[in-house]
Design a binder for this molecule. Structure first.
Ligand SMILES: C[S@@+](CC[C@H](N)C(=O)[O-])C[C@H]1O[C@@H](n2cnc3c(N)ncnc32)[C@H](O)[C@@H]1O
Ligand code: SF4
Ligand code: SF4
Length: 281
């Protein structure tokens, strides 16, 4: 395999009131509908494009220096590649120096490469869907697209990585998955991902559970103070370690299954904004 896996960086890092990493989510519209998809991706999914208002909130929340990372996912980012190219240009025009990662199924390889090439700093890379790149668990991408992406990676090493093979129980999740039986599926500990800002203006605690509307995940909105969103994100991690993980271990459940099917058994994290609205009722 030409493409290599990337290693995750430190979790939950906040410096000077900014996150080390942030995921951006414009909806679950996609040109595929993978049986395992954590976001319920489909051609009938929802989509809302990136706007200056959304990106201004991103620029308030993530580290702007070369340590920062902004991760575009979905849905499928190549469906509206012009808007993604515009968003990258906007971020660069507004002093963002960090890495940009595009999560893509690679089927529209030409468009994906146009996105990578558009970055004036040359620091936009891609991460491919493992199942669609290998054909294990989903129909493979067209051979021509795969060859084009492999050739690009060979000429531009480390510009296109491959995602992890793990399948977690979130969204469509594990049950319908038809891939190789030996692929890892269950992990009792949450991977402690960085949060998401959706183009609907909501900060959500987990990119895997983004279509889960439970209040446990709602960290705030673009109208909230950044410090409150970050405080809520830290509280979510405390809740994961002190409430969620003990429940998963006691009941011998994979971590994401607890979020997907057992949240009604667990108390809410103590979020500043939720506490205030509770008091107001
Ligand atoms: C939701 S997709 C969106 C971007 C793009 N459509 C793609 O497939 O890469 C982002 C990543 O999530 C991964 N993913 C989807 N469902 C998953 C699941 N149930 N468990 C683990 N990873 C999953 C995909 O393989 C992909 O690497
Ligand atoms: S995993 Fe990616 S390609 Fe597959 S349906 Fe979900 S969003 Fe689409
Ligand atoms: S355990 Fe919950 S918070 Fe952690 S990755 Fe899974 S769904 Fe997200």
């Amino acid at each position: 395999m030409t493409f290599k896996e990337r290693q995750p960086r430190d979790k939950g890092v906040i410096t000077e009131n900014r996150l080390l990493e942030l995921h951006l989510y414009p909806g679950n519209q996609c040109n595929r509908d993978c049986s395992f998809c954590t976001v319920f991706g489909s051609p009938k999914g929802w989509y809302r494009e990136y706007t200056a208002e959304h990106l201004d909130a991103v620029l308030q929340t993530v580290r702007l220096d070369d340590q920062g990372a902004i991760k575009f996912y979905g849905g499928e980012p190549t469906l509206d590649h012009e808007n993604v190219i515009w968003a990258i240009a906007y971020l660069r025009q507004h002093q963002y120096q960090g890495a940009i990662v595009i999560y893509s199924n690679g089927i529209q390889s030409e468009r994906l490469l146009q996105i990578l090439e558009s970055d004036p700093l040359g620091k936009t890379t891609a991460s491919l869907n493992y199942s669609i790149a290998t054909g294990d668990g989903a129909p493979p991408m067209p051979q021509k697209a795969l060859e084009q992406l492999e050739a690009y990676e060979q000429n531009h090493p480390q510009s296109i990585a491959i995602g992890h093979p793990d399948v977690v129980d979130s969204g469509r999740g594990i049950d319908p998955f038809t891939g190789e039986a030996s692929r890892p599926k269950a992990n009792s500990r949450c991977p402690h991902c960085y949060p998401v800002l959706t183009t609907e203006g909501k900060f959500h605690a987990c990119p895997f559970a983004i279509e889960n509307q439970a209040l446990h995940f709602q960290l705030g909105s673009t109208n909230s103070d950044t410090s409150e969103v970050l405080q809520n994100f830290q509280e979510f991690f405390r809740w994961l370690d002190t409430v969620h993980e003990p429940y998963a271990s006691t009941h011998n459940l994979p971590a994401c299954t607890v979020c997907w099917k057992h949240l009604d058994q667990l108390p809410m994290p103590s979020y500043a904004s939720h506490l205030r609205s509770d008091q107001g009722n």
